[in-house]
Design a protein around this ligand. Structure first.
Ligand code: G4P
Ligand code: NA
Ligand code: NA
Length: 190
């Protein structure tokens, strides 16, 4: 997506080997016009899939997910993160290991908001190692619902997540694909 790539070039900052800071428009301050255009683009990219619900994880997935859900005219549900959990019959829970933070978090969704047979689109801000998406897919499985696609704002193709999802035959669409960081600059795929 051209305007997103332009925005990454203008406002993104490369940190170290493999992190892109985009807190100017996505992860801290949020640009609602850009979010709307991204949501509309997700709507177009997944127009051929019947979708009942958009799923994401708090906190940075929420902004793009809500605009995607608005474009698709379906509800959006975000999984809540918990440091520790007491197992409950009311919630679906998955473990999500963060390579970045080297810690395991739990994500949970109340069973009232995900149902058997529902067709789910997962949206997230970054696809790196794919741990967050994998956790959400486990939850969708546990609910006997179905993942019909994964929409990502910024994919880093050089990390493990994309290849892993492709291997599973998941329909993945990313609005920006980063092939590498070179001397502090972003190199886009294609
Ligand atoms: P994974 O889900 O693809 O495996 O990602 P990983 O564990 O590597 O990343 C952990 C957190 O860091 C996630 O956010 C993820 O979105 C974010 N992240 C991954 N790569 C980048 C990057 O290059 N830039 C930025 N800004 N974030 C990145 P989170 O901990 O769930 O936090 P949040 O959603 O509350 O912001
Ligand atoms: Na995230
Ligand atoms: Na994040």
């Amino acid at each position: 997506m051209k305007i997103l790539e332009e925005r990454i070039k203008k406002d993104g900052r490369v940190l170290g080997e493999d992190v892109l800071k985009v807190d100017n428009f996505l992860n801290h301050q949020v640009d609602p016009q850009l979010m709307q255009e991204m949501g509309d683009e997700f709507g177009r990219l997944f127009a051929d899939e019947k979708i009942d619900k958009v799923l994401t994880v708090e906190s940075s997935g929420i902004a793009p997910a809500i605009f995607a859900a608005a474009a698709l005219k379906v509800p959006m549900v975000f999984a809540r993160k918990k440091k520790s959990i007491t197992l409950s019959a009311e919630s679906y829970i998955a473990d999500v290991y963060s390579f970045t933070k080297q810690e395991t978090n739990h994500v949970m969704i109340d069973k009232r908001f995900l149902h058997e047979g529902e067709r789910v689109l997962i949206i997230d801000d970054f696809l790196a190692n794919g741990q967050a998406v994998t956790g959400l897919m486990e939850i969708v499985d546990a609910a006997q619902a179905q993942v019909v696609g994964v929409g990502i704002v910024i994919e880093k193709t050089f990390q493990k997540g994309r290849a892993m999802l492709d291997e599973q035959g998941v329909h993945v669409e990313s609005l920006a694909r980063i092939a590498a960081f070179e001397d502090g600059h972003v190199v886009f795929a294609d």
